[in-house]
Write a protein that binds this ligand. Structure first.
Ligand SMILES: Nc1ncnc2c1ncn2[C@@H]1O[C@H](COP(=O)(O)OP(=O)(O)O)[C@@H](O)[C@H]1O
Ligand SMILES: [Mg+2]
Length: 240
């Protein structure tokens, strides 16, 4: 039995002639929150889409020792169909993948709304009637409807105000602590990641250049690029 949920081995992905992932190898361990940090354009979302099987690597392998991971995105509005109610949206994974009847599906939606900290009456609302934080909670709830072991969160709080972002992070942390939900947490914000992640990978131009537990990585980064990222996040002073 593997303790890894997902393993990437020398994964290469190109768009037309442009190499975007240049030999990515890492594993997501069962029970961990693994951070993936890097600047915009470094290939973070490409890694997420490759793990989900939405992109095929040109070379290398992705091995999943878990049922299909689920994903949440930076823009919760874009991933919620504006024409439908929250109940309809959250039932969709159950309609597609289970034989549960309408009544059971509705019951599960109400349970999940409570789980993600939303009142029951949200079920009858359309996405446009909710705040950004509420919409991200709906996306998290929808992603969890089939009880995945692994959640891939691609910049899940980058579009939210600071206080709302902190609340959504607290929700994700609670789901991790209480349900053992493993996570790949993608972000460009090393400040947020310090307290949130068990381990962090630093991605630069399609390559993982450094990894470590936050306390060590932030105190003694080996790579110049990691130092720069920490400086620009205001965590590390230049003379250090
Ligand atoms: N569908 C695509 N077609 C062509 N280029 C793409 C596509 N998706 C991403 N890219 C390019 O791949 C690189 C990495 O993108 P992405 O994985 O989205 O980075 P990140 O999530 O770290 O900001 C960027 O240069 C981007 O322009
Ligand atoms: Mg991205």
């Amino acid at each position: 039995m593997s303790e890894n949920l997902v393993e990437l081995d020398d994964v290469m992905v190109s768009f037309r002639n442009k190499e975007v992932l240049k030999g990515i190898s890492f594993a997501i361990r069962k029970g961990e929150i693994l951070g993936l940090a890097g600047e915009s354009g470094s290939g973070k979302s490409t890694i997420a889409r490759t793990i989900l099987g939405l992109l095929s690597p040109k070379a290398g392998t992705v091995t999943k020792h878990t049922a299909e991971p689920q994903m949440i995105f930076q823009d919760p509005y874009g991933s919620l169909n504006p024409a439908y109610s929250i109940s309809w949206i959250m039932q969709e994974p159950l309609r597609l993948h289970t034989k549960l009847g309408a009544e059971e599906r509705q019951k599960k939606v109400l349970e999940m709304l409570a789980e993600v900290g939303l009142p029951e009456n949200v079920a009858g609302h359309k996405p446009a009637e909710l705040s950004g934080g509420q919409r991200q909670r709906v996306c998290i709830g929808t992603a969890l409807m089939r009880s995945p072991e692994l959640l891939i969160a691609d910049e899940p709080v980058s579009a939210l105000d600071v206080t709302v972002a902190a609340q959504v992070l607290a929700l994700l942390k609670r789901l991790h602590d209480e349900k053992g939900l493993s996570m790949l947490f993608i972000s460009h914000d090393l400040r947020t990641m310090y307290h949130f992640c068990d381990r962090i990978l630093i991605l630069k131009d399609g390559k993982i250049i450094e990894e470590g537990v936050p306390a060590e990585l932030y105190r003694e980064p080996k790579e110049e690029y990691t130092k720069l990222l920490l400086q620009s996040a205001g965590i590390r002073k230049e003379q250090e």
